[in-house]
Design a protein around this ligand. Structure first.
Ligand code: MG
Ligand code: ZN
Length: 374
């Protein structure tokens, strides 16, 4: 019964826009608009993934600190079931596009991303992921490609903006390229980046050479980073350092995207334990970001998902205290996903919204002008 009540309260939280006792303090700026925006994407993180993580973590998650919750539609231009590329492009550009599109409209025109806009207007920018940096979700913020498979093409976009911070895997797409002879790692170094990677330093060691004077890159792996189960631990640490670092890089504010990439992968593989570990790791990162936002008072934090993965159902377990995780598919589903918001402007993210609204609301809150795709 206790579990049922707890479970019901999860849904009550989601369906009513609850203003809890952690309500955000008003921002010092005009019109309650944030200086900084941190968008956190749990890839494949539906309600069931959140719920499973919550009970596996002793009934608590940092997500409970958010005063504003909402629900979001995730469909892409032509598919009720989106992929992560179209899902992330809805967040980064505000347009519904075809599955597989990276920062491209449905008409295959590059759409200006929120990260590119932020960079052009003098804000600091960052991407942190537990996938390769060229994988669909981070890729859709930095680059433009007609297909998510073009990882080497996507990597070149890291040299086209002046992104301040990038943390993730996929180093081979930068320095062991098959489509050309460029060494983007060396090029970034020449451009002034503090470059480091897993082969020479752990993330903690790499942070020792961190200086706000220089933009920073750290590669977690050549290909895709390890899972939590395999020992990956950099996401919460990166979530702790990134906001402070970016706030030192520009007084105009920053835009940061942090992705818990592997909740999705665990659910594709129908591995419930793994999905829960990835969910809890992502929630730890959320806790670190909230600590910054609470102290700063000028930062909007949005946590959401591009889609649900696995059609996860939480069934009665072996005893009253346990759940049995059952997947109904190895692909994504069309379920609405949760949205959590904290900080100046958070109230705009309540209700039942569309994935493209995330972009529109972020852009308006950051006072960026609307731009058309070229
Ligand atoms: Mg992803
Ligand atoms: Zn997926």
């Amino acid at each position: 019964m206790k579990h049922l009540i707890l479970l019901l309260s999860v849904f009550v939280l989601a369906f009513h826009n609850n203003r809890g006792d952690h309500a955000a303090a008003p921002a010092p700026g005009a019109e309650n608009k944030p200086l900084n925006v941190i968008l956190m994407i749990g890839d494949g993180m539906g309600m069931a993934q959140v719920t499973a993580g919550l009970y596996a973590n002793g009934g608590r998650l940092n997500l409970e600190q958010f005063p504003i919750t909402g629900l979001m539609k995730t469909h892409s231009a032509k598919n009720l079931i989106t992929d992560s590329a179209a899902g992330a492009t809805a967040f980064s550009c505000g347009c519904k596009t075809y599955n597989g599109a990276i920062g491209m409209t449905a008409a295959k025109k590059p759409c200006p991303t929120i990260l590119e806009q932020a960079e052009a207007l003098g804000l600091a920018t960052g991407l942190v992921a537990t996938s390769s940096l060229t994988h669909a979700t981070p890729a859709s913020f930095i680059g433009h490609a007609t297909d998510r498979q073009f990882a080497e093409e996507i990597a070149t976009y890291f040299l086209k903006t002046n992104i301040d911070l990038a943390i993730g895997g996929g180093m081979k797409y930068f320095n062991h390229r098959k489509t050309d002879t460029r060494d983007l790692y060396a090029e970034l170094q020449t451009k002034g980046y503090t470059m480091s990677n897993f082969a020479e330093k752990t993330f903690e060691q790499a942070m020792l050479s961190l200086s706000p004077e220089q933009p920073f890159f750290w590669f977690a792996s050549n290909e895709e980073p390890a899972s939590v189960e395999e020992g990956r631990n950099y996401l919460p640490i990166a979530a702790r350092m990134a906001p402070t670092f970016l706030s030192q890089r520009s007084d105009k504010g920053f835009f940061l995207m942090i992705e818990g990439s592997q909740i999705d992968w665990a659910c594709h593989a129908n591995k419930g334990d793994k999905a829960v570990q990835e969910m809890i790791d992502f929630d730890e990162a959320i806790g670190e970001v909230l600590k910054f936002a609470e102290k700063d008072g000028n930062t909007l934090v949005i946590v959401t998902a591009d889609h649900e993965t696995g059609g996860l159902a939480l069934l009665r377990g072996e005893d009253k205290e346990s759940l049995s995780l059952k997947f109904t598919t190895d692909y994504h589903t069309a379920s609405l996903v949760p949205v959590f918001a904290y900080g100046p402007g958070a109230e705009l993210f309540s209700g039942l919204i569309d994935n493209t609204d995330i972009y529109v609301k972020m852009r308006e809150l950051l006072r960026f002008p609307a731009i058309e795709a070229k």
